[in-house]
Design a protein around this ligand. Structure first.
Ligand code: NAD
Length: 432
């Protein structure tokens, strides 16, 4: 009985005994791996192992049947050294404090790797959106926003969409913040509907960024885009847009896996029709013109490019030893475990890490934030051009760093980012 109580206690306090194989463990390992390359700045690396601020909130709401439901919510500000916190909000049954800490840490690295003037933050509520009505999701969103209201704001920390949250959820967050503060400023969240100060191009920006980065990486590796075989895990906001852009550009989408099924067709899946099917049927399962394959067989599919765009921890060492791709484009955050990185490096497979590969979303979120402050909005063409310019420049710098320091692209991205974060940290000095 006492043992049960103790394990329940520690299970609740995941930060007391972090799981080395979990997402926060992966983030710590990545910091460990970059530290020897940081020279004198390495002394300050301890700050990256400690999120600046973590908030756990109870989110009680009235359920549709009149009962009261309780949900656990989190907002973590990993670092604010380079500017306000920035990072999405996730609604998922697997959300834990440890996961949100890792996602916030990756946002610190991502924003610095791309040189956006933000720190890193992330939020989440542990819930299964499939089991809640739209009204219940709205009540969760509003109460969660109220509970974290003291630490978010256009100059403090700016949330955005992530897994299972969208423009409508951002509209509810913005409205709740406005009601609580009396401020009509729309810049408290990004990824809003266009009508409410959202930016053109934001909804597709992460997938577009994966495509832009992917094309550059393929050119550098000598992999032809025309006819390239692409396999995509996760067919939501990120995966479906990336797949559609690759297909439009002449590549073949040979396999797609979502949370329920995996489908494959070596001649190529029509991305637009697959998306329409997934929207109407709750997933890719049963798509006509494709073979439904065992979920695990997805990792054996013959392909040139693999895009993990679902959740973290998907590319394990065992799966990494089986994949046939020459290039992995990390659409998701944290999809590759450190041991899998080693296996992929040993097999000569290039990984473009999440912190640059999926940075398109936060880059256009930055544009949205700037446009909201200026109350002056750009055309989609301007946005896509500026997005491509920023991402290509960041990739070039990271690729050159990798060549120079003889490290993987992930370590190179962490070198570039940690140097920027730790330099800002030192320039600010220690308060008080
Ligand atoms: P989403 O909710 O739109 O889609 C998630 C997709 O992943 C769905 O197709 C779902 O079925 C699939 N999925 C979930 N669990 C899976 C599993 N175990 N196996 C296979 N497929 C599974 O989410 P999204 O916004 O596309 O985000 C996907 C990833 O990209 C996340 O890691 C997220 O943090 C990251 N990301 C998103 C953005 C953004 O702008 N939305 C930006 C940067 C990074």
């Amino acid at each position: 009985m006492a043992d049960n109580r103790a394990s329940a206690f520690y299970a609740g306090l995941s930060f007391v005994r972090p799981d080395p194989t979990g997402p926060w463990g992966t983030f710590l390992e990545q910091i460990e791996r970059v530290t020897p390359y940081l020279g004198a700045l390495a002394e300050g690396a301890e700050t990256l192992r400690r999120p600046k601020r973590t908030l756990i909130v109870d989110v009680p709401i009235e359920m549709d049947d009149g009962s009261t439901g309780h949900f656990e919510g989190f907002r973590v500000q990993h670092s604010l050294s380079r500017g306000p916190g920035k990072g999405g909000v996730r609604f998922h049954p697997g959300v834990t404090l440890e996961e949100v800490m890792a996602l916030a840490g990756w946002m610190t690295i991502k924003n610095a790797a791309v040189n956006l003037p933000f720190g890193g933050a992330k939020g989440g509520v542990r819930l299964d959106p499939k089991k809640l009505s739209r009204k219940e999701i709205e009540r969760v969103t509003r109460r969660y926003t109220s509970e974290i209201g003291g630490i978010i704001g256009p100059q403090q920390d700016i949330p955005a969409p992530d897994v299972n949250t969208d423009a409508q959820v951002m509209a509810w967050m913005m409205d709740t913040y406005a009601m609580n503060t009396g401020l009509a400023n729309t810049g408290v969240v990004t990824g809003k509907p266009i009508n409410l100060g959202g930016s053109l191009g934001r909804a597709a920006a992460t997938g577009r960024g994966v495509f832009v980065i992917g094309c550059d990486a393929m050119r550098r590796l000598g992999v032809a885009l025309e006819g390239a075989r692409v396999a995509v895990q996760g067919f939501g906001n990120v995966g479906s847009v990336a797949a559609a852009l690759f297909a439009e550009a002449g590549a073949k989408i040979v396999a797609v896996q979502d949370s329920r099924a995996a489908v494959a067709n070596p001649s190529g899946l029509p991305a637009a029709a697959l998306l329409a099917h997934a929207r109407n049927n709750g997933g890719v399962a049963g798509f006509p013109g494709a073979e439904t394959i065992e979920r695990e067989a997805f990792w054996d599919i013959a392909c040139d490019v693999l895009i993990p765009a679902a959740l973290e921890g998907q590319l394990t060492a065992a799966r990494a030893s089986r994949i046939t791709a020459r290039l992995v484009l990390e659409g998701a955050n944290g999809p590759t475990l450190p041991e899998a990185d080693d296996v992929l490096a040993g097999r000569g497979i290039t990984v473009v890490p999440d912190v640059i590969c999926n940075a398109g979303g936060v880059t256009v979120s930055y544009f949205e934030w700037v446009q909201d402050f200026a109350s002056y909005f750009w055309t989609e063409e301007e946005i896509n051009e500026r997005l491509a310019k920023i991402l290509r420049g960041a990739l070039r710098h990271i690729w050159e760093t990798a060549d120079l320091r003889k490290v993987s692209l992930r370590t190179a991205a962490f070198i570039v980012a940690c140097e920027r974060v730790l330099t800002a940290h030192i320039e600010r000095g220690l308060y008080p």
